[in-house]
Design a binder for this molecule. Structure first.
Ligand code: NAD
Ligand code: ZN
Length: 360
C-alpha cells in the first residue's frame, strides 16, 4: 500500500516473514544506510531480538540495539535523552537509519528521535502490535509531557512500514482487542460494507485466522493511508480518525494511562459517538447491534460509575483538538460518512448523562 504525502511517498508492506527480505526492501526504497540503530522494548527484545538479529547480520551493515522499558512510560524525556545519547556515542550520522521495532510506543518514540536527531534522519517502522497498524502509518510521532500525552512531537513520515504478521502470534488477547478497536474505527468512518463483514465474521478475537488478520490489517491501513494522503497535517479530513477518541482520550486520562487499554477506551468512545450521532441527526446507525457485538468480542461498553460526567467533560474540553472551550466530536451521518460537529460543554454533559442513564 502506498502512502503519498507532500513530504514523502512510502510503501507499507504487509505479509508474513517479511524481515527475511529486509535487504531487498532497503534497496527497493533506495536506502544504503551507514549504520542502523534498532530501538525496541524489553518484551519485544526478549521475544524476537535473536530472530531479527539473524536477519540483520546477513545484510552486512553495522547495527546496534537500544532496548527501553516496555509500556507508555518510555514515551518520556528521559528515554528520549538516553536514546539520543546512544545515537551520538555510536556515531550515527545523517545517512544512518533508525528502526522502530515494537508497538505504538516504540514507533512514536523512535519516530520523534529520528525527526530530531541531526534535524532528521531516515527511519523504518517494523510494528509488532495490531494497534500499530494504525500508529505506524501517517507520520504522527511524539513523546508525552507529564501535563499531557503526545504533547511534544512532529509530523515525520517513515521511509517504509514493514508489517510482518509473524510478530503478532505472541500478542496477548487484550492487546489484540485494543488494536482491533482501531480496525473497527477505520471501517465506521469509511466503509459500511467492511463493517458488515466484520460484524458477520468476527465472533471472538482469540485464535484469529491469519487470513482474517491480514484482511483487517490491509483494510485498516488502506483507509488510514487514504486519509493521511489527503490531509497529512490534519487540517481537514484527518480529524475523522479521531472518531471515538474524544471520550476515549478523556476516559484514558481520567482513569490514568495504563488502567484501561487505548482500544477499550476508544470502543466506549465509539459507542458514545454513535449515540450522539443518532440523537443529533435523528437516525438509527445500528447502535444496539454494535453494542451487542462489542460485548460479544469482549469490549467494555460503558463508563465505570466511579468516573463522573463532569470529570469527563472537563477532560474533553482540554483536548488539544478542542477550540474556544467547545468540544469537537466526529459523528457519523451514516456508517462511512463522518462529520465534525462542535458542541458546548452543557450539551455534551446532558448527552453523556442521558447515555449513561443518569440524571441530566
Ligand atoms: P505498546 O507499544 O506499549 O505495546 C503494547 C504492549 O505489547 C507492550 O507491553 C509491548 O511490550 C507489548 N508487545 C509489543 N509487541 C508484542 C508482541 N509481538 N508480542 C507480545 N507483546 C508485545 O503499545 P501499542 O498498544 O502498540 O501502542 C500504543 C501507543 O501508540 C500509545 O502511546 C499511543 O499514543 C500510540 N498511538 C499513536 C498513533 C499515531 O498515529 N502515531 C496512533 C494510535 C496510537
Ligand atoms: Zn487511537
Amino acid at each position: 500500500i502506498k502512502v503519498q504525502t507532500t513530504s514523502r511517498t512510502y510503501p507499507v508492506i504487509i505479509g508474513k516473514n517479511l524481515i527475511s527480505h529486509l535487504s531487498n526492501i532497503l534497496s527497493n526504497i533506495e536506502l544504503a544506510p551507514t549504520k542502523m540503530m534498532v530501538i525496541t522494548d524489553e518484551t519485544v527484545s526478549t521475544l524476537f531480538r535473536d530472530r531479527f538479529e539473524r536477519e540483520l547480520k546477513t545484510i552486512g551493515i553495522d547495527y546496534f540495539f537500544h532496548v527501553v522499558p516496555s509500556g507508555e512510560k518510555s514515551k518520556s524525556f528521559e528515554t528520549y535523552y538516553e536514546c539520543m545519547t546512544a545515537a551520538l556515542t555510536n556515531h550515527l550520522d545523517r545517512r544512518s537509519l533508525m528502526i522502530a521495532f515494537g508497538g505504538g510506543v516504540i514507533g512514536d518514540l523512535t519516530g520523534f528521535i529520528a525527526a530530531t536527531y541531526m534535524r532528521g534522519i531516515p527511519f523504518l517502522q517494523i510494528p509488532t502490535t495490531l494497534l500499530a497498524h494504525d500508529s505506524a502509518v501517517g507520520g504522527k510521532v511524539a513523546i508525552n509531557h507529564p501535563l499531557g500525552k503526545n504533547m511534544i512531537g512532529a509530523f515525520y513520515q517513515p521511509h517504509a512500514v514493514i508489517y510482518d504478521i509473524q510478530f503478532l502470534e505472541t500478542l496477548p488477547i487484550d492487546e489484540i482487542r485494543s488494536g482491533f478497536a482501531e480496525v473497527v474505527k477505520h471501517g465506521l468512518i469509511k466503509d459500511p460494507l467492511f463493517v458488515d463483514w466484520l460484524v458477520q465474521h468476527v465472533h471472538h478475537l482469540q485464535q484469529l485466522k491469519e487470513e482474517q488478520l491480514l484482511t483487517f490489517i490491509e483494510k485498516g491501513i488502506t483507509i488510514k493511508a487514504e486519509i493521511v494522503s489527503e490531509d497529512e497535517k490534519e487540517l481537514g479530513t484527518r480529524a475523522f480518525l479521531n472518531f471515538g477518541h474524544t471520550l476515549g482520550h478523556a476516559l484514558e486520562a481520567a482513569l490514568g494511562y495504563g488502567r484501561i487499554s487505548h482500544g477499550d477506551a476508544v470502543a466506549i468512545g465509539m459507542l458514545f459517538a454513535l449515540y450522539v450521532s443518532n440523537q443529533t441527526f435523528g437516525i438509527d446507525l445500528g447502535y444496539e447491534r454494535m453494542k451487542e457485538w462489542f460485548q460479544k468480542i469482549g469490549f467494555p461498553t460503558s463508563v465505570h460509575s466511579s468516573i463522573s460526567s463532569e470529570q469527563l467533560c472537563e477532560r474533553m474540553k482540554n483536548d488539544k483538538k478542542s477550540v474556544n472551550n467547545e468540544i469537537r466530536m466526529v459523528l457519523l451521518e451514516n456508517i462511512g460518512t463522518p462529520k465534525l460537529v462542535n458542541f458546548d460543554e452543557k450539551t455534551i454533559y446532558s448527552l453523556l448523562q442521558q447515555w449513561r442513564g443518569g440524571a441530566i
